[in-house]
Design a protein around this ligand. Structure first.
Ligand code: IPM
Ligand code: MN
Length: 360
């Protein structure tokens, strides 16, 4: 019996996780896999009930699970809250509490969606990027941090910090991932200005010595942001820190047409949490408009990385392809003037494709 903790979260979170859980339950049924889905509260949903964005019972639920599925957190309702009482803190504490230091964010092109990309098709056709983002360090967690008054002026500060162990383990994750791909790692930093990332470059170079079969290149983050638009097909694995990875993965998502298509896996020490890279989209919450495919594809990553069911991971991806082949689109990936379907219908279409055995 595999225990899966499910945290729908806020905004569109409940809708997209419901669709993805439908897919997961279908796979379990077809594969004869016993799963037990247990829901928990995180983010604003937890704040509303417990006054805490990550109540202890939620952390315990996640710690005791074989895998975690998460929707999205945050929303205008809690925007005025002090930093520690914000929904995002629930997510960050969950990542930290599970020590999920390796965030894998694949940006793949579905040929059916080439038109949805804001870039010309010939630029994005061959894009297949894996962003490996460090997830439990950097300026996100560094101290000291705060806002204070100094000499009558309000002053805000954060600390960008990495030690060599933190850099070494994420670098190894990136090099290992590259071995299953095109064996190219591009490490992104700002070593021309920031000491922290000078150390990053040094340690990544040292770790590269353990992987002579993988090519390593270093790139400054500003240049990387430009190259992602200029010539995105040059990248295989992009290895970077928490902050740069947050930004570059949103950028990479646009190559594929919609951030609604990008899944992620957050891994560390045998644990795994799976979530779409997009946010809670409060503007379309509760209206059956959100694209559930990023979350469905996150379930595929869960099958691959936590449930030892790579065959079924492939089949979920094939089912998504089959649905796209059939022209089914949520609003975010529909061409102008073309009819779109809702969150629920999209989830049900993937389920139907799985049931009909529509995999290659
Ligand atoms: C993401 C999100 C989070 C992050 C927020 C919600 C804290 O943007 O997963 O990319 O910054 O990591
Ligand atoms: Mn982000």
């Amino acid at each position: 019996m595999k225990k899966i903790a499910v945290f729908p979260g806020d905004g569109i979170g409940p809708e997209i996780t419901a669709a993805a859980c439908g897919v997961l339950e279908t796979v379990a049924e077809l594969a004869g896999m016993e799963i037990d889905l247990q829901q928990g509260l995180v983010g604003g949903a937890a704040l509303d009930v417990h006054g805490d964005p990550l109540p202890d019972e939620s952390l315990q639920l996640a710690l005791g699970a074989d895998a975690v599925l998460l929707g999205a957190v945050g929303g205008p309702k809690w925007d005025g809250h002090p930093p520690r009482q914000r929904p995002e803190q629930g997510l960050l504490r969950l990542r930290k509490g599970l020590d999920l230091y390796a965030n894998l964010r694949p940006a793949q092109i579905f040929p059916q969606l080439l038109d949805a990309s804001p870039l010309r098709p010939e630029l994005v056709r061959d894009v297949d990027i894996l962003v490996v983002r460090e997830l439990t360090g950097d300026i996100y967690f560094g101290t000291p941090r705060g806002v204070e008054i100094q000499n009558g002026l309000r002053r805000g500060y954060n600390t960008m910090v990495y030690d060599e162990n933190e850099i070494g383990r994420i670098a190894r994750a990136a090099f290992e991932a590259a071995r299953g791909r095109k064996r190219k790692v591009c490490s992104v930093d700002k070593a021309n200005v920031l000491e922290t990332t000078r150390l990053w470059r040094e340690v990544v170079t040292e770790v590269a010595g353990e992987f002579p079969d993988v090519a390593l290149e270093h790139m400054y983050v500003d240049n990387a942001a430009m190259q992602l638009i200029r010539c995105p097909a040059q990248f295989d694995v992009i290895l970077t820190g928490n902050m740069f990875g947050d930004i570059l993965s949103d950028e990479a998502s646009q190559l594929t047409g919609s951030i609604g298509m990008l899944p992620s896996a957050s891994l560390g020490n045998g644990r795994g949490m799976y979530e779409p890279i997009h946010g809670s989209a409060p503007d379309i919450a509760g209206r059956d408009l959100a694209n559930p495919l990023a979350t469905v594809l996150s379930v595929s990553m869960m099958l691959r990385h936590s449930l030892a069911a790579a065959v079924w991971a492939d089949r979920v991806e094939d089912a998504v392809r089959a649905v796209l082949d059939r022209g089914l689109r949520t609003a975010d990936i529909a061409s102008p003037g073309v009819a779109s379907i809702g969150t629920r219908a999209m989830g049900e279409s993937v389920v139907a494709a799985l049931q009909q055995g529509e995999w290659a």
